[in-house]
Design a binder for this molecule. Sequence first.
Ligand SMILES: CC1(C)Nc2nc(N)[nH]c(=O)c2N=C1O
Length: 160
Amino acid sequence: YYKVYLGLGANLNDPVNQINQAVTALKALSNTKNEILVSSFYTSKPMGPQDQPDYVNAVACIETKLEPLVLLAQTQKIELDLGRVRKDERWGPRTLDIDILLYGDLVIDYPNLKVPHYGMKLREFVIYPLLEIAPELYLPDQTTIKTLSETVSLNGLTKI
Ligand SMILES: CC1(C)Nc2nc(N)[nH]c(=O)c2N=C1O
C-alpha cells in the first residue's frame, strides 16, 4: 500500500460539511483501506486573493493500492460530485479542493500531477495539520515536517 497524504480545503457553501463528505468518499475508494487518518479542521485567511471567505483545511492519510493517476481521477470525481465547478478562477473561492500532497516516497512529475505538491512547504494550512497526524513524516528530499513547521509562519491558522 502507498501511504498517501491529501490536503482538503474549501471556503464555499458549508466547508466543514464538504470536508466531512470528502472523508466519507475517500473511505469508499476501491483498493484502499477504509480506515483513514484525518487531522483537526483549521480555519485560515485565504492565501492569494483576499476577497473571498476564510478557508477550512484538513489533511487526511489513506493507504491505497491505486496508482497516482488513478487516484487523481478519483479525487477529481469527488470534487465534482461535491459541486466543484472547474470554471473556478485560479486561486478563487472554491467548494472542495483535494490536493495530493505526498504519495509514499514517490516523486511524481506528470503534466497533471506533481508530487510532492508544489506549494505544501509554504502553506501553514498544510504543514500544521500534517504535523498533527504525522509528526515523524519526512519528504522524499529528506526534509522533515518538523523542520518545515519551524520555517512556515502560522499567520492566523486556527484549529476549529
Ligand atoms: C487559493 C488558494 C491558494 N488559497 C488557499 N488559502 C487557504 N488558506 N487555504 C486553502 O486551501 C487555499 N487553497 C488555494 O487554492
